[in-house]
Design a protein around this ligand. Structure first.
Ligand code: UT7
Length: 335
């Protein structure tokens, strides 16, 4: 029997309307537009309205995909939501999205791998297609980072934005060579020291004290995380190319996680990529955690930077530490 290959057949996105610029931050903390731009590449980021949560963004991304590709929610078998900012501990964000989009026949779950969440979820979702168990799997990357950001801490508050991206996974047609060619997913728990949110979980359940100590906010030691991110993202990208007998020249587009423009540029240099081969949109959105990669993919599609048959390289790095890469042969032309 021929092996079933998983391919992306539809994609959608949502970014909240409200925008926070670097100049807004100049009024909030001791920072400058120049520092943020030169150290991170970020110019502005989108932030949810009060009351808007991760499931709302995920459902809105599904609506965008439905409008573009005409998906019937009743056909969906499984919903995987990559997020570290779920609406609540339980029920899962996947269950909340399932209900709000009317995907009555789907089961689902949340997956926690921080900025590598979308890549992890893609790897997991692709297995359910490959085994023949499911025909339509939704992979959502949605994070409301503003809900865990301390807007008095200049080290972290300028970095993050809110957004959601979504893809539909299906079996590739027999005569179609598109699909997920390969992936690498890795983890090293040493990352817990450098990037975490300590409060609210079973180790430090929420109390007045945990809130007073600001333990409900993301904490990051930027420098060590930066070093790990540059090395691990580049290593994973090189490894996946080498084991598929490819080089940077074969890649139509590199879509890296958007945490810092300097990390993106360092990876692109290591792969010897030209500027036009690299997706950079951190200037508009900041670090949207699990949403950066689907957001990069859909923008590339809308800007006609990827077409059917193109090889696309994805790479991410995030809290845990978690990291990895995936190689896709893009399956369709859009617009
Ligand atoms: O997405 C998942 C993984 N996360 C990442 O990949 C992020 C990796 N890390 C980074 O991107 C960078 O480390 C940051 C952008 C977070 C920080 O950049 P950096 O060049 O590593 O700066 P730093 O943390 O070493 O700070 C340098 C200086 C410090 O001042 P002193 O101690 O030298 O006087 C900071 O206090 O810059 C200061 N600083 C700021 N200054 C103005 C830190 N944040 C700001 C700010 N505005 N917003």
């Amino acid at each position: 029997m021929k092996e079933i290959r998983t391919t992306i057949t539809a994609i959608g996105k949502y970014t909240p309307k409200h925008i926070l610029t670097n100049f807004d931050f100049e009024k909030m903390v001791d920072t400058t537009d120049e520092w943020i731009r030169s150290r991170t590449g970020i110019v502005e980021r989108h932030i949810v309205e009060k009351g808007e949560a991760t499931s709302d963004m995920g459902a809105a991304a599904f609506d965008d995909m439905k409008k573009r590709f005409g998906i019937d929610p009743l056909d969906i078998d499984l919903i995987i939501v990559a997020t570290i900012t779920p609406d609540m501990f339980f029920p899962s964000t996947a269950a909340i999205i399932q209900h709000s989009i009317g995907a009555k026949n789907a089961w689902g779950f949340d997956l926690s791998a921080a900025c590598s969440g979308f890549l992890y979820a893609l790897a997991v979702g692709s297995q359910f297609i490959k085994t023949g168990q499911h025909k339509k799997v939704l992979v959502v990357g949605s994070d409301t980072m503003s809900s865990i950001t301390d807007y008095t801490d200049r080290n972290t508050c300028v970095l993050f934005g809110d957004a959601a991206g979504i893809v539909l996974l299906e079996p590739a047609k027999e005569d179609d060579d598109s699909g997920i060619m390969d992936y690498i997913v890795k983890m090293d728990g040493i990352g817990k020291k450098y990037l975490y949110m300590a409060g609210g979980g079973s180790r430090n359940p929420s109390t007045h004290e945990t809130v007073d100590k600001k333990m409900h906010y993301v904490y990051q030691e930027g420098k060590p995380v930066y070093k790990f991110a540059v090395n691990k993202m580049a290593d994973a990208a090189v490894e996946i190319l080498e084991r598929n007998s490819l080089t940077g020249k074969d890649i139509a587009l590199f879509v890296p996680h958007q945490a810092n423009i300097r990390i993106i540029d360092a990876c692109a240099n290591k792969l010897k990529l030209k500027d036009e081969q690299v997706m950079r949109n951190i200037d508009k959105y900041g670090n949207t955690t699990a949403a950066t990669i689907p957001l990069g993919l859909i923008e590339a599609m809308d800007e006609k930077r990827i077409k059917k048959g193109d090889i696309v390289l994805l790479t991410a790095f995030g809290g845990g530490f978690t990291w990895g890469s995936a190689l896709l042969r893009w399956g369709f032309n859009y617009g």
